[in-house]
Design a protein. Sequence first.
Lengths: 113, 113
Amino acid sequence: DQQVKQNSPSLSVQEGRISILNCDYTNSMFDYFLWYKKYPAEGPTFLISISSIKDKNEDGRFTVFLNKSAKHLSLHIVPSQPGDSAVYFCAASEGRSQGNLIFGKGTKLSVKP
Amino acid sequence: DVKVTQSSRYLVKRTGEKVFLECVQDMDHENMFWYRQDPGLGLRLIYFSYDVKMKEKGDIPEGYSVSREKKERFSLILESASTNQTSMYLCASSLWTGGKGYTFGSGTRLTVV
């Protein structure tokens, strides 16, 4: 049973517009969440994270929002650029300092010029 | 920055061969992981290790084994390669208290013919 779900396998967005990638989780013990970005033929790289004590974390064009009551998080990219085209994985863990990361299946983002 | 190095970017092996995938990290991380990535299935954990000579099964360990004789090196072994093991294999490492989660290698694209 999937504990971390990314229900949209793909997303297409026009350059300059906002990209919103969604992630839902079922385990209420998760309290640390991360987003990774993966280009073809490369390993995933860390993008941004959020602890459950926050509801928002921002890093440049990337913002992650956490809604604990809905067990939902989202990654906003504003403005989207063609170089953002990649697969984005949501991941969660029980505590920043323990446990394995549980990954979603990923969402392929295509940003069109 | 932590570096995780996978010995081969591309491998082609025959059915029934024993295959070794090597992974080395250079930052004294306790934890190391092996994943495979397949379209539509995301990242699936094969095996992981929290310490030297220690290993734990992940979600899909069948047909695989691992070895961790030194802290910096984690090897994945396909005992008798089969065509359904054709995949992208990703190694990762992390500190127990890593805020950025995992650092991934660049991946090995294995094709079994």
